[in-house]
Design a protein around this ligand. Structure first.
Ligand code: FAD
Length: 467
């Protein structure tokens, strides 16, 4: 009788504790992915990216002599059916930590156990389980620096090798065709444009890590804030779908640090920001929906508006902001510094509720991560744990002078006014929906708000709230 391995955000063979444990039972292994109530709720770009990841992972499993069985429906019902069809005695999976996935998994575990099936969840998505890191007084951390100090010297087990040949079951259960799911059918922008910038699958992730270690890690600390320089790893896209494990990255970073790579410790710190985001989301499941500080509930955020729509379309008239929003539309990712700047502009200069921005990121990012996105937005907006103070209003023009000195980033994504715009700048117009009626021949828009006036308005709203 086989063991079912239920894949979710862990589309890899290497360093996969649940898969290794399934192999170790000596039983046949049935790899399964369920397009369920959690994945049905994904934004357009994350869903599209998941489809790409599943296609690649299916190929990798076939090359390893096995298959990926695809099913659609409520996870609990689908798994119950599969257990009945295959006679499986166990279902193994890697843990997830966002509230929707946790609720699903708790229900699945209880139901399978009720049927006498072994239901086991494993670590794998994180370096440290969120409940294993506690402050001196007990309870979760709310501030990053002490969290980092608490984990930085903890032992992390070595990564596991990929399994050997997985035993196939006597008969394979039926599988849906991936194309029939039309993952990313909701992408209003050209998926072909975004596809040119994606790096899908376990092999692509390993290549990214190797390239980062070979060429970028030394200069990482000095260069990571300059969006025109390819100074960061680009691994978020792969990490979010588990195409590489954080443990593999952690040990590679540690070895680089031991060998004297200057940027290595800073890189490890960033990787631990990801851990911290999941720590927060596990302990504060409302992180993506509610102001973490309840005293922000009375803040006069504006809801959606024509200005917010101009922000989404990269048409605010503020070049650094627009370049960044267009970068996200064309490539499915955005540089970290730019994420902070566009988030600050939306929540402060446009006084808009951070959830409006969070939702658009969730729609557009191929590296969308429920925890990092929520933490990032609350951090910039000023209402989150360990947040930047609200009165720290990024000035996008000043930021451009500092971090895009030559204008290379703005030129890469804003075609208007350029005689020979680069491909990326033109791709934006190819990608955006016709209903937006945008063309590179139009004049670049005038600024939506005067930067100084917008800043004053934000600070006035903030001090009114303080009273
Ligand atoms: P590198 O600089 O190479 O860093 C290595 C890894 O560390 C990243 O892949 C990522 O997993 C992690 N990391 C780095 N910075 C952060 C951070 N600030 N918070 C959490 N983890 C971090 N990251 C996402 O993965 N998905 C999101 O949806 C997301 N939304 C964000 C929204 C806002 C408003 C902000 C300010 C930040 C957001 N981030 C998000 C964090 C960060 O911008 C990206 O992780 C980073 O740009 C990814 O590029 P990289 O892989 O080249 O990072």
């Amino acid at each position: 009788a086989p063991v079912i391995v239920w894949f979710r955000r862990d589309l890899r063979l290497a360093d996969h504790p649940a898969l290794t444990a399934a192999e170790a039972t000596g039983r046949p292994v049935v790899p399964v992915f369920v397009h369920d109530e959690v994945t049905e709720a994904l934004g357009a770009a994350p869903e599209w990216r998941l489809g790409q990841g599943l296609a690649r992972f299916g190929q990798a499993l076939e090359a390893a002599g096995t298959r990926l069985i695809l099913r659609r429906g409520r996870a609990l019902e689908v798994l119950r059916d599969l257990v009945a069809e295959t006679g499986a005695v166990a279902v193994f999976w890697s843990r997830a930590y966002d509230p929707a996935a946790k609720a699903r998994d708790i229900e699945v575990k209880a139901a399978l156990k009720g049927l006498g099936i072994e239901a086991r969840s494993f670590a794998g998505h994180l370096l440290f389980e969120p409940w294993e890191v506690e402050t001196g007084q007990g309870g979760p951390y709310r501030v990053y620096s002490p969290y980092w100090r608490a984990v930085k010297d903890r032992p992390v087990a070595e990564a596991l090798p990929p399994p050997g040949r997985l035993r196939p079951p006597a008969a394979w259960p039926a599988s849906d065709r991936l194309e029939a799911w039309r993952m990313g059918g909701a992408m209003r922008r050209g998926a072909a444009v975004v596809a040119r910038h994606a790096g899908v699958g376990e092999a692509a992730a390993a290549d990214r890590l190797a390239a980062f270690l070979a060429h970028r890690i030394d200069g990482y600390k000095e260069q990571r804030d300059f969006p025109a320089i390819p100074a960061t790893s680009g691994l978020s896209e792969n990490l979010t779908w588990g195409e590489i494990s954080p443990r593999v990255i952690w040990h590679a970073g540690q070895r680089a640090m031991a060998a004297g790579a200057r940027g290595a410790e800073h890189f490890l710190k960033e990787l631990v920001w990801r851990e911290f985001a999941w720590h927060l989301m596990h302990h504060f499941p409302d992180l993506a929906r509610a102001n973490w500080r309840a005293d922000w509930d009375a803040f006069p955020w504006r809801g959606d508006s024509p200005e917010a729509e101009a922000w989404r379309r990269g048409m605010t008239g503020e070049p650094f902001v627009d370049a960044a929003m267009r970068q996200m539309y064309v490539t499915g990712t955005m540089h970290n510094r730019a994420r902070m700047i566009v988030a600050s502009y939306l929540t402060k200069h446009l006084l808009t509720d951070w959830r409006v921005g969070l939702d658009w990121f969730e729609e557009c990012l191929i590296d969308w991560d429920p925890a990092a996105n929520a933490m990032g937005w609350q951090w910039v907006a000023g209402c989150g744990p360990d947040a930047a103070p609200y009165f720290r209003v990024f000035n996008p023009a000043g930021q451009a002078e500092k971090f895009d000195v030559s204008g290379a980033y703005r030129r890469a994504f804003i075609a208007e006014g350029q005689r020979n715009p680069p491909a990326t700048a033109l791709e934006f117009f190819a990608a955006c929906p016709e209903s937006w009626r945008l063309s590179p021949a139009q004049p670049y828009p005038r600024p939506l708000v005067d930067l100084a006036a917008g800043r004053e308005r934000a600070l006035a709203a903030y001090s009114a709230r303080e009273k």
